[in-house]
Design a protein around this ligand. Sequence first.
Ligand code: ADP
Ligand code: MG
Length: 654
Amino acid sequence: MVFTVKDRCRVCYTCLRECPVKAIKIINGQAEVIHERCIGCGNCIKVCSQDAKVYLKGIDEAFVLLGGGKKIIACIAPSFPAEFAEFEDHKILVGMIRELGFDYVTEVAFGADLVAKEYRDLLSNGNESPSISSDCPAIVYYIEHYYPEFVPYLAGIASPMVVMTRVVKEKYGNDCYVIFIGPCIAKKAETNEVDEVLTFRELRKMFEIRNILPSNIIPTEFDPPLAGKGAIFPMSGGLLSTSELHTDLFEGDILIAEGRINIRDAVKEFEEGLVNTRHLELLCCEGCYMGAGMSPEGRKFSRRNRISNYVSKKLQALDVEEHKKNIELYTNLDLRTSFIPRDRRIIKPLEPDIEIVLQTMGKYSAKDLLNCGACGYDTCEDHAVAIFQGLAENEMCLPYTIEKLHNYIGELNISNEKLATAQQALQQSEKLASMGQLSAGIAHELNNPLGVITMYSNILMDEVPAEHPMRTDLQLIVDQADRCKKIVAGLLNFARKNQVNFCDVNVCTIIEHSISSVVVPDNINISLEVSISDPDARIDSDQMTQVFTNLIKNAIDAMPYGGVLKILIDGDENEVSFSFSDTGTGINPEDMGKLFTPFFTTKGIGKGTGLGLPIIYGIVKMHKGNINVISNIDPVKGKTGTTFTISIPRIGNI
Ligand code: ADP
Ligand code: MG
């Protein structure tokens, strides 16, 4: 009967929250009505602010019947004054309905008069077995589907709609179509006795389609039989007033409950034996005039007020004798109906299964069960049961989803940081690559003329006698040309895209060899600590020697007044790491970002080339390793010094 328009559904779970039988399944974040569980109360239609819930329309079918050649009778539900508030006189509405092509327009309230009499008989006959009213079809489905054991308690009295259908067929002949028009969508599936069920909203639509306006209508009265007090039936307690039962029965004999929460509680308490009553009068909506087939904007008390005004006016004008005669005329009409249990309950999972589901939502103990209702279920346990039954999803739990989101944000922050570091590294290596290209080009071009300078200055040196005054100048040329050669060699080294020559080596041996190849001043003490159990790794020993000697030289340069250089070899099964901690001057924080930039040096002219660390960086990266620097320049913060840590995967270039 009820469907979801998926494009409109914004998954707020309001429909689920308002559904008394939880006939709404949330799957992939979409609310879907489970037809076999739905009782057609239409609560979901009323509460959906997005108009995402719609019901089956019968307008086309009604137009077909209207053109079908048979006599056609409209049975109008007694809540019509609440819907059509714009008409001072109900006769205008009746005229408009006739204009649609109906041969007779009758009021269901007469059926209600008969039904009320039947209830009065039922409850006054001293019958001890309790009964449940059977005039609201949503209540009937509710009992049939969810309390099948209570089906025998259903009063078995046909609804005013069905009774009126029988009346008009008796009066106007069987060979006619009957269309019920009312506020209820559950009625659409109530019976086959009625040919079509329309809502008041659909009736308005039909007026619109046929362009029927109140201005050019001849007002007419309903066709007989006219109703009496039954017109008050759609109000909660209406049955009571209509049948005047309150004059005969004690208070408590009849329990009236209306609205989704009250009816559920009433039946539950009745089931638990807490309610000792002779009759449960249940209305799914808070009065039929609040049904889902009404126009949405109406307010409860003004609607109620309009119905009572209509009824009191009607009763004043009622031909009591005629009404009495009519009631008697149909006393022998069959007013009974029967119901069959249709159990739609889903077996509840066992306690341990529910607990497992609760745990998947981070609910481990009673204090985690907030029962906040945000998911649409009354309790966390109900939600867990629905998840187990495949009707709901974990994500519907707001606290759980918020926590998950917090975690996601945390993870995102971490990967953001990682990304920023990777980006920095990428920029650095790009910079180095282009610097490398440039350096290689310059170095190549300089190499030949430098060779010539070196060669000829040496020849001249050989030819010039030892005591010649030009000799010191020549010596300067030779020395400086040698220095240039070293710089050029360094540049070539830096720019070299050499393949790494991986071989299995003992890293301790390489470090020891590196230390011994550097001239260490007396005021500097180098200590070596080996914390690694397996010193073998696949690395390029020549290149790594270069790395280590460069680091040792830098450390020595940083300790002009002496100090200690601690070298630590560490690692695990995956990598080897080397850290070089000196007690030198430290590195200025502003210089930290420039360390690996070629030609960056803080050393005086003729002392540093600024190529040591860029070369180290290149080699370490070719080994797929990492290089990390921490340094302190400020004695206030602690001992000054620098630690370079290099970690290299053991397995070589795989
Ligand atoms: P160079 O040694 O030729 O200056 P490097 O690339 O080896 O070039 O080093 C660049 C700069 O990094 C150095 O000039 C120095 O400022 C700084 N540096 C490197 N290692 C250390 C260290 N252990 N302590 C302090 N500063 C260092
Ligand atoms: Mg250096």
